[in-house]
Design a protein around this ligand. Structure first.
Ligand code: COA
Length: 554
């Protein structure tokens, strides 16, 4: 039997209390030296911690969600005799496990800029900074293109070793003139990334520290000085991933590698891990679904395919340029992501839409009065807040509308929480942020939250968590116009309410026509879960709540 050793979190900078987001081994496993044991994550980076010894795992000492720091014991290992005196594992971007660590600013440590920015407006080359003695690290993402106006510290490229991924930010603001790298290139310290023309904004922006400024190091032995010709920049790791505009998939290096091996585009996957992180299982599930044809994008259908048991004939292939001038416009990331989801939902869910009119004359008068009274508070109540509250009341009365079909397809999972999503139109496409626990919130709180989430959506800053957990959705086109439409159900939800613009219409009161403000409602529902009579009752009840909002209290 080998020596019993405790494998600990090594020195990877001065980070502390970092969360364990993956445990990659278990008791009984045989591990090799340098094999990844756990993945830890700060708000800036994820990193795998390799084993300092080879041997057999006797007992795990950490679990998912634990917070660890340098020295925390990860596991107990029966180390192989001859390898028992293992060296500390090397950091993800350093070479040579036994050598003292060089001056790397690891992902958990934000280094300072360490060389001068241009002093006059001019073009200059941005290079890969000093991040230790790593070499030939692969460029896995290029985040800017020629012509882009970029800010200081904006991420330019993502590089990845087999253990960590990091973004390289810009040392200055300016306009990208030309790129010197592409995806798949191998770069090292000093490799040119791009040529940047500094702008007025850059001239006004605070200059990075001069090249003589000391750079924080990963260990006291660090001695590397910054390159004199390049604008050395600090390495910051990827930001928290969101599915919002321009967002980068949130996944650990091993998941990224796994996805690359399988040819999976991570931007197409919604992560199920903490903070929306994509896990190995998410990638596996995605591959399974792709193989079974579910959610197959139009491109795959081009050749004709079996989608969800249906034989889809080939997509028409037309050379449009033969008939007139054309222009190709790339789809935004959101559109690329939402398209296949919408197509799957439309094809897989037997949609029916019921329409209803709600008389909101009194409610609108109340809304206007509320807004007058609370003018100074800065919170503006729109019809959406009332709709959310009324929908919660209707969902409580008709719980099947607040449910999902069980994965096995043989049961309905009713949810005893009411998280209401609302479609928000953004320059990059449609997103659906969610008001959590809408049943527990008042009209003002909901109005404030919808406005804040809508603003975040428009700025492309929604986190995955802002869009998860919805039980029912509302798509309001009320601020734009229209009469009725057929909203597509946001799976795995089973119903969605579409709302159009309220207009004043003549309504017969038994004696005469009177002008009333009428709000058009369109409820799409999944016929596998509810039927037409229930939908008509739901709609009628919802309309009655909106006509007399006091009923929401009953
Ligand atoms: N009838 C009449 N007027 C309405 C209305 C309705 N049903 N709903 C909103 N309005 C009014 C508002 O009161 C506001 O008027 P004001 O500026 O005079 O005060 C104006 O329209 C603009 O409202 P809006 O900014 O849209 O606020 P909102 O709270 O109603 O909606 C969002 C917020 C995020 C839902 C909305 O901005 C949005 O993005 N809608 C598009 C959703 C979409 O694209 N769905 C399609 C999915 S297929």
């Amino acid at each position: 039997m080998g020596n019993l050793v405790e494998v600990k979190v090594p020195d990877i900078g001065d980070f502390k209390d970092v969360e364990v987001i993956e445990v990659l081994v278990k008791a009984g496993d045989t591990v090799a030296r340098e094999q990844s044991l756990i993945t830890v994550e700060s708000d800036k980076a994820s990193m795998e911690i390799p084993s300092s010894h080879a041997g057999r795992v006797k007992a795990m000492r950490v679990k998912l969600g634990d917070k660890v720091s340098e020295g925390s014991v990860i596991l107990e290992l029966e180390a192989d005799e001859f390898a028992a005196a293992g060296n500390p594992p090397r950091p993800p971007f350093a070479k040579g496990g036994s050598e003292p660590r060089q001056a790397a600013s690891p992902p958990f440590e934000k280094g300072q800029n360490s060389s001068a920015a241009p002093t006059t407006d001019q073009a200059f080359q941005v290079t890969v900074p000093d991040i230790g003695d790593f070499k030939d690290v692969e460029v896995i993402e290029v985040l800017v293109k020629p012509g882009d106006r970029i800010d200081k510290d904006q991420s330019l490229i993502t590089v990845e070793s087999d253990k960590a991924s990091m973004e390289i930010p810009s040392p200055a603001a300016g306009v990208v003139q030309s790129l010197s790298v592409k995806i798949g290139d191998k770069v090292s310290q000093g490799s040119p990334i791009l040529t940047l023309a500094t702008s007025e904004a850059a001239a006004a922006a605070p200059r990075p520290a001069p090249s003589s400024a000391p750079r924080p190091t990963a260990s006291p032995s660090a001695t590397t000085s910054p390159p004199s010709t390049a604008y050395a920049v600090d390495m910051v790791a990827r930001p928290e991933v969101t599915a919002s505009a321009g967002a980068i998939p949130h996944a650990s290096p091993s998941v990224r590698k796994f996805a690359r091996e399988l040819g999976v585009d991570l931007t197409r996957i919604a992560g199920s891990g903490p903070k929306g992180r994509i896990t190995h299982d998410d990638v596996r599930e995605h591959v399974k679904r792709a193989l079974s044809g579910v959610g197959r994008p139009a491109a795959a259908a081009a050749a004709g395919a079996a989608v969800g048991g249906l034989n889809v004939i080939a997509w028409p292939q037309v050379d449009f340029a033969k008939f007139g001038p054309i222009e190709r416009v790339e789809m935004s990331r959101i559109r690329k992501l939402s398209g296949p989801n919408l197509a799957r939902n439309w094809v897989m869910i037997p949609h029916v839409t019921n329409h209803e009119d709600a008389d909101v004359t009194e409610l609108e008068a109340f809304r206007v009065q509320l807004n007058k009274e609370s003018e100074k508070s800065g919170v503006k109540v729109t019809m959406l807040a009332f709709l959310i509250k009324a929908c919660v009341a209707a969902l409580k009365k008709f719980p099947d509308f607040n449910s999902s079909i069980a994965p096995e397809g043989d049961a309905i999972i009713r949810k005893n929480y009411w998280h209401i999503g609302f479609a928000a139109d953004t320059p990059n496409g449609l997103v659906v942020p969610v008001i959590k626990d809408a049943d527990k919130k008042g009209i003002f709180e909901i109005a404030q939250e919808t406005a804040a989430l809508a603003a975040k959506a428009r700025d492309g800053k929604l986190a995955i968590g802002d869009m998860q957990g919805g039980t029912f959705s509302i798509s309001s086109l009320g601020g734009i116009g229209g009469t009725y439409f057929t909203p597509i159900i946001n799976a795995p939800e089973v119903a969605i309410l579409g709302v159009c613009r309220a207009t004043t219409k003549p309504v017969w009161d038994g004696k005469q026509f009177v002008p009333r403000l009428i709000l058009p409602l369109s409820l799409s529902w999944d016929h596998r879960v509810v039927d037409g009579a229930a939908a008509a009752r739901f709609n009628a009840y919802l309309a009655s709540l909106l006509a007399d909002f006091r009923r929401v209290l009953l």
